[in-house]
Design a binder for this molecule. Structure first.
Ligand SMILES: Cc1cc2nc3c(=O)[nH]c(=O)nc-3n(C[C@H](O)[C@H](O)[C@H](O)COP(=O)(O)OP(=O)(O)OC[C@H]3O[C@@H](n4cnc5c(N)ncnc54)[C@H](O)[C@@H]3O)c2cc1C
Length: 466
């Protein structure tokens, strides 16, 4: 086997001889891929087409043993590593240039225990597969609104979804996890074992190790929920946002809502859209959303009873486009923030780009600020602007639009969502601190305990600190 050149954690390069590589790849039950191998490109390319990095080696782990061997190999050789769960992270942290990519996309087993209303799923599972299994028992856990996102990345950073109003964030429902830490041990993090690690996993991102499986509390949901889009003319956006502000101020726990500014395809022009999901009795949901429907004749109204799994697919974002996103948590959508939002959206640079306000849900806000690592319990909604485009040659203008827009809204922000923070080179450590607020120092101390050499650094990174 040929020698391979790897990027190291120290920022330089090291050559590992073919025999050592062969010892490592031979220790894996899953396959390993390098440039030139048939599946190499399809595995290193992820949801966001902007990300085009080339790992020196990809370990397609089949289970915990492969993850342990990969972590040990990386540590012994001081290699740069990245961890891929669902591959949906905007800045593409799951793929590293010239390092070792620990790929969990084959680790997708899900086991529901209906008697305890819990589920254990492997670290490469996506929400679509997770929901499919849990709904077979009439159960669900709060997850993301796109079935193609990974349960691990999303949960470790928080996880805002359709059930957050009643049941909080995904991380609030994480009961335990098995984690391979930097020293190559597989630890269980739960209320009884390593509870400090469980605290950090509930919102602290992928900083503490590789989560090979995650256990969640489940809740009875469905099979039908009331969900779908209401679409209003763009020139009514200001009044519509005012109405949504009132609506969300005292909406019931079962109601969850995202409001967008977007452009319809085929020259349909700009619109104001709201995507909602209510998972109580359907007639009650119809009654509750009446003010939104009666706001005016909508351009489109496809809110209807549908299976929960269909509601979970309504926000599916196509793969293979270029995406650049920034986010802010906000305590409210003030008139001034809305003025800025409309001003920027008037000048949107791509018809595929959108702005959204995702409401966090009542139960999310009831959890005390330091009970988990998630940093923004006081926020009412997440603002996120996503520039989407097909031609990489245009990236500068679209990225500039998002950056300027985000800077203009910074005075209204309590910090970004850790799951949406860009690369450290672009955002710096201040963005990470702002994403965690008062929990940051406790997280840095926990990082020192579980990953003192910062092996898990190719992520929204918390540096170890005593
Ligand atoms: C289209 C789209 C829709 C989204 N919708 C929502 C939403 O509704 N709600 C919401 O809260 N967020 C949403 N997000 C953001 C999402 O939470 C993050 O992008 C998240 O990182 C995706 O997780 P992943 O496993 O797919 O990520 P990956 O890209 O695979 O990984 C991202 C990072 O997570 C960590 N990680 C992943 N798996 C593991 C693991 N098993 N062990 C340890 N670390 C791991 C690593 O640090 C890795 O760098 C959305 C993102 C996209 C692109």
């Amino acid at each position: 086997m040929a020698d391979l050149t790897f990027a190291t954690l120290s920022g330089d390069y090291t050559v590992i001889d073919g025999a050592t590589i062969e010892d490592f790849t031979g220790s894996l039950h899953g396959e390993s891929l390098r440039a030139g191998d048939e599946d190499y490109d399809s595995v290193r390319r992820i949801w966001n087409a902007m990300v085009n990095k080339r790992p020196a080696l990809i370990a397609r782990c089949s289970g915990t043993a492969d993850v342990i061997n990969s972590v040990n190999f990386a540590r012994e050789n001081n290699l740069l590593i990245s961890v891929r769960g669902g591959g949906h992270n905007f800045p593409g942290n799951s793929v590293c240039e010239d390092g070792l990519m620990i790929d969990l996309s084959r680790m997708t087993g899900v086991r529901v225990d209906p008697s305890t209303q819990t589920v254990r799923a492997q670290g490469g599972t996506k929400w679509g597969a997770f929901d499919h299994e849990t709904q077979a028992f009439g159960l669900a856990a709060p997850g993301g609104t796109d079935p193609d996102t990974g349960i691990a990345g999303l949960t470790l950073g928080g996880g805002i979804g359709w059930l957050s109003g009643s049941h909080g964030l995904s991380c609030d429902n994480l009961i335990s996890a098995d984690v391979v830490t930097a020293d190559g041990r597989s630890l269980t993090a739960s209320a009884d074992e390593n509870p400090d690690l469980l605290w950090g996993l509930r919102g602290g991102g992928g900083n503490f190790g590789v989560a090979t499986s995650l256990e969640y509390r489940l809740h009875p949901v469905g099979p039908l929920v009331l969900a779908g889009y209401l679409v209003y003319p763009y020139d009514k956006a200001r009044e519509f946002f005012a109405l949504v502000g009132e609506f969300t101020a005292d909406m019931p726990d079962e109601m969850n809502i995202i409001t967008f500014l977007a452009t319809l395809p085929d020259g349909g022009g700009k619109v104001c859209r709201t995507l909602l999901c209510y998972y109580g009795p359907i007639e009650e949901g119809e009654r509750i959303i009446r003010p939104l429907r009666e706001f005016g004749p909508p351009l489109a109204d496809d809110v209807r009873p549908m299976p929960y799994t269909e509601a979970q697919s309504l926000a599916l974002a196509p793969q293979g486009r270029h995406n650049y996103l920034k986010s802010h948590f906000m305590s409210e959508v003030s008139d001034d923030a809305l003025d800025i939002t409309l001003d920027y959206f008037d000048r949107v640079t791509s018809p595929l780009s959108s702005v959204l306000f995702q409401y966090l849900g009542n139960a999310t806000r009831r959890v005390p600020a330091n009970e988990t690592a998630f940093g923004h319990r006081g926020a009412r909604c997440e603002w996120a602007t996503n520039a989407v485009f097909l031609d990489p040659g245009e990236s500068e203008v679209h990225i500039r639009w998002v950056r300027d827009f985000s800077s203009a809204l910074a005075p209204f922000s309590s910090g970004p969502y850790i799951n949406q923070v860009g690369t450290e080179a672009e955002e710096g450590e201040e963005a990470i601190q702002a994403a965690f607020g008062d929990n940051f120092h406790r997280l840095a101390t926990l990082k020192q305990k579980y990953d003192p050499t910062n092996m898990f650094s190719h992520n929204q990174n918390i540096r170890p600190r005593i």
